[in-house]
Design a protein around this ligand. Structure first.
Ligand code: KIV
Length: 269
């Protein structure tokens, strides 16, 4: 089977076929997830929380991301159905164009196929620069955990009409600048639907309702392994006597059928 590429994700969007994204940080879980049909493996800087035990993603380095990307790439290569690997550029590693290009070089050479950046319209120059160098970009909008200190906590974004309109405009401008995907975290369902319908590139959601082209969850969360409070948008799939592989398959099935996320796991406003 051909590995998943940004072209296959675009085709899925065009055909109205939803796809599943899941975080992975090591070879074993990467192979299990891609074998289960997960199309995109996100090497998320959430590894700062779930692997390293930090309170935020801020302490994560480019070297951490490159190391875990290489681990995931080795596991993914052994799958019959290799996924696309998307890796986060961590906090302050793309504050200048030069830093962003160098950080992307490190994770792409470690095995990533796409990088993810958090922000808003401040991402336009780096998105264009990376795209012009052949680096696919996913622009993460909404609740961007690298901005937790600016937000004063982890809260739903885009609730007022001014913020919602700005997010719609930013998504369109980023796609125009070369972003190949948009990721929306913790935004009201109607806003996610508006953005998904207004851009040609695939939109991945987490806490963004059913209308997006794809869903993502942090692997530890969907296996019910979180230390502390589980966010509203997380569903535990390691239930009903399933093993981990079956939990991954159940997640893929529910994403593709549109069963997940139901209203229970979304923000209606
Ligand atoms: O780092 C991460 O795992 C993420 C997801 C929460 C989308 O960015």
């Amino acid at each position: 089977m051909n590995p998943i590429s940004i072209r296959s994700l675009q085709t899925k969007k065009a055909n109205g076929e939803k796809f599943a994204t899941l975080t992975a940080y090591d070879a074993t879980f990467a192979k299990l997830a891609s074998d289960a049909g997960v199309e995109v493996l996100l090497v998320g800087d959430s590894l700062g929380n779930v692997l390293q035990g930090h309170d935020s993603t801020l302490p994560v380095s480019v070297a951490d991301m490159a190391y875990h990307t290489a681990c995931v790439a080795r596991g993914n290569r052994r799958s019959q159905t290799p996924a696309l690997i998307m890796t986060d550029l961590p906090f302050m590693s793309y504050a200048t164009l030069e830093q962003g290009l160098e950080s992307a070089r490190a994770v792409m050479q470690a095995g990533a196929h796409m990088v993810k950046l958090e922000g808003d319209d401040n991402l336009l120059p780096i998105t264009a620069a990376l795209s012009s160098q052949g680096v696919p970009v996913c622009a993460h909008l909404g609740l961007t955990p690298q901005f937790v200190n600016k937000f004063g906590g982890y809260r739903v974004q885009g609730r007022d009409s001014h913020a919602a309109d700005a997010m719609v405009a930013n998504a369109a401008a980023l796609a125009e600048a070369g972003a190949d995907s948009i990721l929306l975290e913790c935004v009201p369902n109607p806003l996610a639907e508006r953005i998904t319908q207004s851009v040609d590139v695939p939109v991945i959601g987490i806490g963004a309702g059913q209308a997006t082209d794809a869903q993502v969850l942090v692997m530890h969360d969907m296996l019910g392994l979180k230390i502390g409070r589980m966010p509203k948008f997380v569903k535990n799939f390691l239930t009903d006597g399933r093993n981990v592989q079956q939990a991954f398959s159940a997640y893929v099935d529910e994403v593709k059928s549109g069963q997940f996320p139901s209203d229970e796991y979304s923000f209606s406003e």
